[in-house]
Write a protein that binds this ligand. Structure first.
Ligand SMILES: [Ca+2]
Ligand SMILES: [Ca+2]
Length: 436
């Protein structure tokens, strides 16, 4: 009703100028009506704001209910095709790593972190087939065909072998009526030396050898094995074998050091996983760690300190037992000591991140990461912060194996410069003798 009055007032304001002022309310009446309209508007305004506040509250409630429905975890992550996923904990602060199967390489980030918003950082990586042909393994004009975790070579006519490494010695053989296969004259023969096959055509003699042999001797009556290992020792396309080459009659083969098997392509060496194939002799209380070229049996012992005691909460982790109230030194001791064992190859390129330490749910206002110890560890490692709550152990210089390196990473939680907790991660790196 007041609104109707207001409309009337404004209507009259318009009419005053057109000479119909006598039907309109007096100036006083108009002012009183205007005041009423102002009041009405401010009442409407406060009601509107109140409704907005209520709506916002409801929205927040709805959001927190939705989060609770997540059960406090990030959504389940798929494992990309041809890969493995490491890390099972899906709550904020935890990280999941992706490792591609042999023969595949990772495209994208190697890890994703569950964030406080219950979403994963970054994007899902993929694993793509490594192009084994990229290194140009086929020699002498051979065409490389990339396959999963291996390659094959299509060789030109005059070459044979896995990498088209052996020349085919072909002689002219005319099968005419006048030709006759001659029996080879007596020569000293062995596996590496054979008589050639000779054919006489119209008075001239043509001799041939099997693949992998070459004509030798003054009268071309002898075939000698081609030493492929020697021939391709310093070839542009690289050595025939990753480790060592053994010349054989009519061919060659590659061999690998103890602890490695020759791969299917016949050239490379692959570490034998003694832990997976149960070839290790570790006892029950030891853990088997597969290393390149071997394995290690490790046993983690919890420290025995004067002021604090530890319990083993997993095969690789010790946690401090609760401190008694009167023990002032106990809270200074590390809250946990975790062990990690890494297997790496000799002369690994550096700098390279070897390990990450992260706080699950920081309780203080500051997290500090540092490298403990001196000497050897300081020469090869440094500790850097990779984000607000993650520190990383970085290998700064390549290490020649065989060697075992140890590094201790300390993570301290502080609040207003007061130490709240200390966590130590002991990283042991087993470095292989060979660079593969
Ligand atoms: Ca040979
Ligand atoms: Ca091994």
């Amino acid at each position: 009703m007041i609104l109707t009055q207001a409309v009337i007032v404004f209507l009259c304001l318009g009419l005053i100028h057109t000479g119909f002022g006598q039907d309109c309310p007096s100036r006083q009446e108009m002012q009183s009506s205007l005041k009423q309209v102002q009041k009405l508007l401010s009442t409407h305004e406060s009601t509107y704001l109140q409704s907005l506040r209520t709506l916002r509250k409801r929205l927040n409630l709805l959001q927190s209910t939705a989060v609770l429905a997540n059960n406090g975890t990030c959504p389940k992550l798929d494992t990309p095709a041809n890969s493995r996923k490491l890390g099972r904990v899906m709550s904020p602060g935890h990280e999941v790593y992706f490792i591609c199967d042999a023969g595949y390489e990772l495209v994208g980030t190697e890890s994703r972190v569950c964030q406080e918003s219950f979403t994963w950082s970054g994007h899902q990586p993929t694993c793509r087939d490594i192009n084994e042909c990229a290194s140009g393994p086929c020699l002498n004009g051979g065409t490389c065909v990339d396959e999963v975790n291996q390659f094959s070579c299509k060789c030109p006519k005059s070459w044979v072998g896995t990498s088209c490494q052996s020349p085919v010695i072909s002689g002219f053989v005319a099968m005419t009526n006048t030709s006759a296969v001659l029996s080879a004259p007596s020569v000293t023969v062995g596996l590496f030396v054979r008589p050639s096959r000779c054919t006489q055509v119209q008075g001239s003699t043509h001799c041939t050898c099997d693949a992998g042999y070459t004509i030798s001797g003054r009268d071309s009556t002898t075939c000698t094995d081609i030493d492929e290992c020697e021939l391709f020792h310093t070839g542009q396309a690289g050595r025939l074998c990753l480790h060592s080459c053994i010349n054989t009659p009519g061919g060659y083969r590659c061999s690998c050091p103890t602890g490695y098997n020759v791969t299917r392509d016949g050239r490379n060496c692959k570490d034998i996983d003694e832990c997976a194939t149960r070839q290790s002799n570790c006892t029950r209380d030891q853990m088997c760690i597969n290393t390149y070229g071997g394995f290690q049996c490790v046993h983690v012992e919890c420290p025995r300190l004067r002021n604090s005691t530890y319990s083993k909460t997993s095969p690789l982790r010790c946690e401090r037992n609760p401190c008694s109230v009167d023990n002032k030194m106990c809270p200074q001791a590390p809250n946990s000591i975790s062990h990690h064992f890494l297997s790496v190859v000799s002369n690994l390129s550096a700098p390279r991140t070897m390990f990450r330490v992260s706080a699950l749910r920081p309780i203080g206002d500051t997290l500090r990461f540092s490298l403990l110890g001196r000497g050897q560890a300081r020469r090869h490692f440094t500790v850097q912060r990779s984000d607000r709550q993650t520190g990383q152990l970085v290998l700064v210089s390549p290490v020649q194996g065989p060697a075992v390196l140890e590094a201790e990473v300390e993570m301290t939680e502080l609040d207003k410069r007061v130490q709240l907790a200390r966590y130590i991660t002991k990283v042991t790196m087993f470095i292989s003798q060979y660079e593969f």
